[in-house]
Design a protein around this ligand. Structure first.
Ligand code: PRX
Length: 584
């Protein structure tokens, strides 16, 4: 199929004039200072993400504008203005002060998407503490790893999720307070001895708060991200990242005052904070938050009901929508959509072209990572879209294909390491308590992303693959080591090796190979038991979808499991260099 360029639309025919209407001009003359001037800064000095996203709007007509529209799983609806968001987050900041939380302390939140989560995030930022969002599908192991490593003092959660991870909570000496949210009294007998009740604390707290005078480089948010080896690492961001969220919300998402914006990502992952919290609200848009998960029918009806104009979603979801068929779209009126973006995995060219057919517009792919904090490469509304390309770098940031060993940039058309010239506003400030790992990501003056790509002659970037064993399943990065560690805790498992197996919908699924201890025999029953065991410890999104038994796993002479070889064998590909192989 010929995926020729989708020519940029006639700007005069668009429903809204794009914020970035002259890409080349903007890139040529851009200075980050100009973005800093579009933000307010704290009265009295400093910069705080929560102030830029919420409180600064109270000085304008946006004070009484709806910031958040929430639709619950059961169809409940709630709306909050920017002023109400400010008051509620002030209450939570006061709650934290009452609990003795200081600037820089870590406060983690493990909850479904409902309004109180957002009040707690902003309240934590206003207090000057560091917010750590956790994906609500996680099982006990990922939650423990993150709370332990970060030394979190507060965990905000819900009765059902607390129950899921109850066994690990007593193992966290630094965790001082468990605050339980009981949305609209959904749960009976919600509190365990020692727990605090979110609703009671909020009711007693004042809605006035003097925001901590955070500076640009003070820590704001941390997200754990998986690597090839070891446990996930806490990528820490600072308040200055808000410049990047705001700017890319303007340029790549094209957010404008009249927009109803919907980001389908969960705030437990970075897309759900940078673009599900900071970018829309710093740009003063109204944001739809839907508590439930994927459903083609429900999603289209939400777009129709709330007249969503700008939509940020992910390739796996788009592929599922494509699978649901065009008739499913036609049952709804989705004509309110004026700009659609996607991130997290490669977006198939077919999907971009499909968008032009069913939504009458291209789907705009963009690229970034937990570590980059915000979008760095994007397709913009006023630019030609090349289906299959991630787009071009944002103004103010240099992105290149480099040779890691020399730092040289490679010519167009050559595959190499995708790299970024530091610094940029959202650049991560460190991996929590892991300086060596942080330093290892910077080489010869470049931040090395771990992705392989090439650039074409016109400066569009094309994703090729990852340079490591990290698995991307439905846009979630999974470290093979985490899954292997969980599996070998089962009494039957001697060794485990985990790979990403290509999948038409989720891009990759997690596949494990295990060898068993003496006395255990492979069986379908044991396979099912291991799947359940891993799902309970990790999360359905992270646990293996397939498990194969092998008599032993291929290892190097130094005893490292050769995942590369497991993958090559699984896919029937050449085995490559096996000179270091030690096989029984
Ligand atoms: O491998 C790239 C892939 O997702 C990784 C970043 O994942 P994470 O740190 O979880 O950040 C999520 C926020 C985007 C990248 O290193 N990735 C991201 N966007 C794209 C992509 N791969 C291909 N095309 C993209 N547009």
């Amino acid at each position: 199929m010929d995926y020729s360029v989708i020519a940029k639309p006639d700007i005069s025919q668009l429903k809204a004039h794009p914020n970035l209407d002259d890409y080349a001009g903007a890139r040529a003359s851009f200075q980050w200072d100009s973005i800093r001037k579009e933000l307010d800064g704290l009265p009295g000095g400093g910069l705080n993400l929560a102030y830029e996203a919420v409180d600064r709007h109270l000085k304008t007509a946006r004070r009484t504008k709806t910031a958040l529209i929430w639709e619950g799983k059961n169809g409940e609806e709630e709306r909050y203005t920017f002023e109400q968001m400010a008051q509620q987050s002030n209450r939570f900041a006061n709650v934290l002060t009452g609990l003795g939380i200081q600037k820089g302390d870590r406060v983690f939140i493990f909850a479904e998407r409902f309004p109180e989560l957002y009040f707690a995030v902003f309240g934590t930022l206003k207090r000057g503490a560091v917010i750590g969002p956790l994906f609500s599908a996680f099982g006990p192991d990922p939650v423990k790893d993150r709370l332990e490593d970060s030394g979190a003092k507060v965990l905000i959660t819900t009765p059902d999720l607390r129950e899921r991870v109850k066994d690990i909570l007593p193992q966290l000496p630094e965790l001082k307070h468990i605050v339980i949210m009981n949305k609209n009294g959904r749960f009976k007998d919600a509190l365990q001895p020692g727990d605090l009740n979110f609703e009671d604390l909020m009711a007693k707290a004042s809605d006035q708060f003097q925001i901590e005078a955070t500076q640009e480089t003070d820590y704001s948010i941390m997200h754990y991200t998986s690597g090839t080896t070891g446990k996930p690492k806490g990528a820490v961001h600072c308040h200055r990242a808000v410049l990047g969220h705001y700017a890319t919300g303007k340029w790549a998402l094209d957010l404008q005052d009249q927009d109803i914006y919907w980001c389908t990502a969960d705030p437990g992952w970075v897309t759900g904070t940078s673009y599900g919290i900071s970018a829309p609200w710093t740009n003063g848009a109204t944001q739809l938050i839907y508590e439930g998960g994927f459903s083609a029918n429900r999603w289209y009806s939400l777009i129709d009901k709330y007249k969503v104009t700008v939509w940020y979603t992910a390739p796996t979801a788009i592929r599922l929508l494509m699978k649901a068929g065009e008739a499913a779209v036609k049952r709804h009126d989705v004509s309110s959509l004026r700009h659609i973006c996607s991130v997290g995995e490669p977006l198939n060219p077919e999907a971009v072209v499909w968008g032009t057919r069913v939504f009458d517009q291209a789907i705009h792919d963009n690229w970034w990572q937990t570590e980059t904090g915000h979008i760095l490469v994007a397709n913009y509304p006023a630019m030609d879209v090349r289906p299959g390309s991630m787009g071009r770098p944002i103004p103010g940031v240099e992105v290149a294909i480099v040779n890691v060993e020399t730092g040289e940039t490679l010519p167009p058309g050559t595959d190499g390491d995708l790299a970024v010239k530091p610094p940029w506003p959202g650049m991560f400030q460190g991996y929590w308590r892991n300086e060596a790992m942080y330093n290892s990501k910077f080489k010869n003056g470049w931040y090395i992303t771990g992705d392989r790509a090439h650039m074409d002659a016109d400066g569009y970037f094309w994703f090729v693959g990852r340079t490591d064993d990290v698995i991307n399943t439905a846009g979630h990065l999974v470290g093979p080591f985490e899954v292997e560690s969980a599996l070998i805790e089962h009494p039957a498992v001697a060794e485990a090796g985990v790979i990403g197996k290509p999948d038409p919908i989720a891009m990759e699924v997690v596949k494990a190979f295990v060898s068993l201890k003496d006395g255990y025999e492979p069986s379908e029953q044991l396979r099912q038991e291991l799947m359940r065991f891993a799902r309970k410890k990790l999360a359905a999104a992270v646990a293996p979808r397939e498990i194969d038994f092998l008599p032993s796993l291929p290892k190097t002479r130094s005893g490292k499991i050769m995942r590369r070889l497991l993958k090559a064998r699984e896919l029937g590909l050449p085995e490559g260099d096996t000179s270091t192989l030690e096989e029984d």
